[in-house]
Design a binder for this molecule. Structure first.
Ligand code: SF4
Length: 356
C-alpha cells in the first residue's frame, strides 16, 4: 500500500469519507475516519475474503494449482457464463488432461471439443500456447509478464493464472471486476484505472483468492441489473450501493438465415467455412440457402456475438455458393469441428446425440 496516499476529505463535514488516487470512498459512518488506510483496506480484504470462503461456488477448477487447468478454464470463461462452460470444461479436460495432450492434438480435434462455446479463435490460440509450453519442457511461465508472451494470453488470463496458480500479487480485471470497482468507487473508471486499482488492492498474501472473490462478487451479488447490496460484504464501503449509471448497451442486431439439412442414408451434407473468414473459420456447418423450398422442418433462435438470428432449416432449396461440400457419416460428426449452430440443429433433429 506504500504508493497509496489517503486523506480525509476536508469538504466532508462528517469526516466519513476518504480519497485515494482521486477516488472518493464513503466510510459508512460506522468507524472513525482517522483510522489508517491499511486498516480500511485490511477490513475490506477480510470481509470480502471471508464472504468468498462462505459463498464461493464449487467449480471443478477451484482448489487446484495446476496452471493448465486454471488457464484453460479462464480462457473458456472469457465472455462466457460459468454455467455454459462447465460441461465443455469437463469434456475438454477428459480429452486433453495434460498440456502435452493438447499440444499433440490436431487443430480439428481441439475445435471439435470446443464446438458450441463460440469465439473459436480462443481455442486456436490455446492450442498454439500449449505447443509453446511443451517446447519449454511443459512448464508454464510463472509470472503474468511471462505468460503474456504465450499466444492468445492477454492481461486478464495472464493475471488470473499468475495469481491463482503461482501466487503473484497482480490484479485481475474482467467485466465483473470493472462493475464492482465502478460501483464501490462511484466513478466511471477506464480499463487502465481499473487495472491500477486491482494491482493496488489485491491481497498480497492471498492474491488468487482475492481476485476470484471480486469476480465471484460481481458474478453472483453485484450483478449488472439488480445488485443484491444487502448481501454484499462491501456495502459499508460502497459509494453507490447499486445506484450507478451504466453505459447503454449497444443495440443487438436481428437477422434471418436459412440452412439445408440433407441426408443420404447415414450421411449428412456439410460445408466447410472458408479459412480466411474472421468468424468460425474452417469449421463445418449445414449448407446455407439462398431460398428454402417448402415448409421449414425446424425453426431455432441462435445468437452470435451481437446478432440474434432466426434460423430456418429446410430439407431442400437453392444453396449459396462457396465452401467445400462433403457428405459426412453420422458417427464422424462428434469428432468434426462443427459450428455451434450446426451442432444445435443436428441435436434438435435427432441426428446427433445430445452428449456430442
Ligand atoms: S453494495 Fe451493492 S453496488 Fe456496492 S459493491 Fe456491493 S452489491 Fe455492488
Amino acid at each position: 500500500m506504500g504508493m497509496l496516499v489517503w486523506r480525509v476529505i476536508e469538504a466532508c463535514p462528517t469526516g466519513r469519507a476518504f480519497c485515494v488516487l482521486g477516488v472518493t470512498f464513503h466510510d459508512g459512518g460506522t468507524e472513525n475516519a482517522e483510522k489508517s488506510w491499511g486498516g480500511m483496506m485490511g477490513s475490506m480484504w477480510e470481509r470480502l475474503l471471508g464472504w468468498y470462503e462462505g459463498h464461493k461456488r464449487e467449480l471443478p477448477w477451484r482448489g487446484t494449482r495446476d496452471a493448465d487447468a486454471i488457464g484453460w478454464s479462464e480462457i473458456m470463461m472469457k465472455q462466457t457464463r460459468v454455467a455454459a462452460v462447465l460441461g465443455y470444461y469437463a469434456r475438454f479436460m477428459e480429452r486433453f488432461p495434460a498440456v502435452e495432450d493438447l499440444a499433440r492434438a490436431s487443430e480439428a480435434e481441439v475445435l471439435a471439443a470446443w464446438s458450441g462455446l463460440g469465439y473459436y479463435r480462443r481455442a486456436r490460440m490455446m492450442h498454439r500456447a500449449a505447443k509453446v509450453v511443451v517446447k519449454d519442457e511443459g512448464k508454464f511461465p510463472e509470472s503474468a509478464a511471462g505468460l503474456r508472451e504465450l499466444p492468445g494470453i492477454g492481461a486478464y488470463t495472464a493475471a488470473a493464472i499468475a495469481s491463482i496458480a503461482f501466487g503473484e500479487a497482480v490484479g485481475v480485471v474482467d467485466g465483473n471486476v470493472e462493475r464492482v470497482f465502478a460501483r464501490v468507487t462511484g466513478r466511471v473508471l477506464s480499463r487502465r484505472e481499473c487495472q491500477k486499482l486491482a494491482d493496488e488492492w489485491v491481497a498480497r498474501d492471498r492474491p488468487g483468492d482475492w481476485n476470484q472473490a471480486v469476480m465471484e462478487l460481481g458474478a453472483t451479488v453485484c450483478t449488472p441489473r439488480v445488485p443484491r447490496c444487502m448481501e454484499c460484504p462491501l456495502v459499508e464501503r460502497c459509494a453507490t450501493r447499486g445506484e450507478h449509471a451504466v453505459e447503454p448497451q449497444a443495440e443487438r442486431r436481428k437477422a434471418e438465415v436459412d440452412h439445408l439439412l440433407r441426408r443420404s442414408g447415414q450421411k449428412v451434407l456439410l460445408r466447410q467455412r472458408a479459412r480466411e473468414l474472421s468468424l468460425m473459420a474452417g469449421m463445418w456447418e449445414l449448407p446455407v440457402l439462398a431460398h428454402g423450398e417448402g415448409e421449414a422442418v425446424l425453426r431455432v433462435r441462435h445468437s452470435i456475438t451481437n446478432t440474434d438470428y432466426v434460423v430456418r432449416v429446410f430439407a431442400a432449396g437453392e444453396e449459396r455458393r462457396g465452401g467445400v461440400r462433403r457428405w459426412v457419416a453420422v458417427e464422424e460428426l462428434g469428432a468434426l469441428p462443427l459450428t455451434g449452430l450446426t451442432r444445435k440443429i443436428l441435436r434438435r433433429m435427432g441426428v446427433l446425440a445430445v452428449t456430442n
